[in-house]
Ligand binder design. Structure first.
Ligand SMILES: [Zn+2]
Length: 343
């Protein structure tokens, strides 16, 4: 984790929370992205909407007790989020739907709150992490594939906030593996950590004495993490599987670049931590498939800087940016206001 160019006293502070399918992470962040405190991640309540709300409220109350200067709250949440209404429409791995989270948290805390999709929040944090680009695509390759888009220095969300579901771009409609969304051929089914685990189990079954089966203690136990670990050790089978992931990612990125002419592509998420074994085949396949490659300057494809904390850091920064534009307590000369492009 890098600290963005700032100190704990650079500007206002906000609580950022990342509500994922398996855990809730968060902390206190300044407008420039300096982390004042990070809380230990806790499991997401699996079955109960009320439990989720009370867990979030407790976390916020704890953080506020230690950081009374906190002036806003940002939540990045997995799933479909209506940004204008701060409402989580649907999240396949969480115990809530049609949840007016922004309203609940504003009523409960008296602070301004924003609720955004977790990938949008992470995209914003990466964009603000000193990258020199006004048009940027962000892809997060983890259990699934998510993403975000910066157009002209602003997050592009579509009309309601549910745009840029890059993981559900259809790249192979004749594929055989059905996505969690119900469709065939979504990028997520072919280029995610889950896909890597699936490729790994198939490869290990075909090669029962190979490195993957040995590392996992059986072909059926191979995960994406194990494939990445084997690739770091130079196992050719694992490297070929990451190249397969990169093939599909490159195709997805080519489509994003064809549509939006971004000048930079940032790849984050847990799987991207493996580095070049994924990024090199991603780059070469991107170059193979992008439109008019010999007539344009191709964007760089670079690894994300903030790792898994980007979601809550970005949510807090978004909350402060939003608050600066609309809130009653904006201090004159707040550097966040000068430096933050409108979100
Ligand atoms: Zn899908």
């Amino acid at each position: 984790m890098i600290s963005l160019n700032a100190s704990a006293h650079d500007s206002g502070q906000a609580i950022g929370l990342d509500v994922g399918g398996t855990k809730i992470a968060g902390g206190v962040v300044t407008a420039h992205g300096y982390v004042v405190e990070r809380m230990p991640p806790m499991p997401s309540p699996a079955t109960d909407q009320e439990a989720t709300l009370s867990a979030l409220y407790r976390v916020i109350a704890d953080l506020r007790a230690r950081h009374p200067a906190v002036e806003a709250i940002g939540v990045g949440a997995a799933g479909m989020v209506n940004f204008g209404e701060g409402r989580i429409i649907f999240a396949p791995n969480n115990a809530y739907q049609e949840l007016s989270l922004q309203q609940f948290l504003e009523d409960a805390t008296g602070l301004p709150v924003i609720v955004d999709n977790d990938s949008n929040a992470a995209c914003w944090a990466e964009f603000r992490a000193g990258l020199r680009a006004s048009h940027m695509a962000f892809l997060t390759v983890g259990t699934g594939v998510g993403g975000g888009l910066i157009i002209d220095g602003r997050l592009f969300r579509g009309k309601t906030g549910i745009g840029t579901e890059v993981g559900h771009m259809i790249v192979d409609p004749h594929g055989t593996h059905r996505c969690g969304c119900g469709n065939l051929g979504c990028l997520e089914t072919l280029a995610s950590g889950s896909a890597l685990g699936r490729y790994g189990r198939a490869a290990a079954a075909a090669e029962p004495n190979g490195v993957l089966a040995e590392l996992a203690g059986g072909a059926a136990r191979v995960t994406g993490e194990i494939v990445s670990a084997a690739a770091r050790d130079g196992d050719p089978t694992a490297l070929a599987l990451l190249a397969k992931l990169g093939h599909w990612l490159g195709i997805g990125i080519a489509t994003l670049v064809n549509l939006f002419d971004v000048e930079l592509v940032v790849v984050g998420g847990g799987v991207s931590a493996v580095g070049d074994p994924l990024l090199e085949p991603t780059r070469s396949n991107f170059e193979r498939y992008v439109f008019a490659r010999s007539h344009r300057r191709l964007p760089n494809i670079v690894p994300a800087r903030l790792g898994v904390e980007a979601g809550w850091i970005g949510a807090a920064m978004l909350a402060l940016t939003q608050h600066d534009q609309t809130g009653p307590t904006t201090s004159p000369g707040n550097p966040g206001k000068r430096l933050a492009p409108l979100a």
